[in-house]
Design a protein around this ligand. Structure first.
Ligand SMILES: Cc1cc2nc3c(=O)[nH]c(=O)nc-3n(C[C@H](O)[C@H](O)[C@H](O)COP(=O)(O)OP(=O)(O)OC[C@H]3O[C@@H](n4cnc5c(N)ncnc54)[C@H](O)[C@@H]3O)c2cc1C
Length: 114
């Protein structure tokens, strides 16, 4: 039995990538099975090795982004207001996009590509 998508890693709606990662994960499963005919265990291991770092990174950022979606404290609320206001300013937006570029790079990774 192979678990896919939310059933195995439940990225939650705070990740912003919960809908596409099950599709990419299934696509990668097809690729690794095709590449290892008759060796399902090896195909699953290969898939896991490729997916795990990506999913781990997205789980971490989803946890960090939670405070933006659902502020828990006064400090979170202030951070959210300041962030949203800064994003309205084109110069500040460019600076912020540079700062958070790493996070977007991880989310833009081609997981299905073998
Ligand atoms: C409120 C909310 C907002 C979200 N917003 C976003 C967003 O903006 N962007 C984003 O990328 N993701 C978002 N997500 C997350 C995204 O919807 C999920 O991560 C994604 O749908 C997971 O896909 P999945 O195929 O793994 O599971 P699911 O989409 O949950 O599919 C599982 C399917 O299995 C069916 N099923 C369950 N048990 C059985 C059974 N015994 N027999 C047969 N069928 C069964 C279910 O009915 C369901 O249709 C959001 C989620 C929520 C709840």
């Amino acid at each position: 039995m192979v678990l896919l998508g939310d059933a195995v890693w439940s990225l939650t709606h705070y990740s912003g990538i919960g809908a596409s990662s099950p599709v990419a994960g299934a696509d990668l499963l097809g690729t690794t099975l095709q590449r290892n005919p008759g060796f399902a265990a090896r195909a699953l291991r290969e898939r896991e090795q490729k997916l795990r770092p990506f999913i781990g990174a997205v789980q971490t950022t989803a946890h960090q982004d939670l405070v933006i979606f659902v502020p828990q404290t006064r400090r979170d609320r202030t951070t959210r207001i300041v962030t949203l206001n800064l994003l309205r300013n084109p110069v500040a937006k460019r600076v912020m996009m540079g700062v958070i570029a790493r996070q977007f790079r991880e989310k833009s990774m081609d997981v299905a590509g073998a």
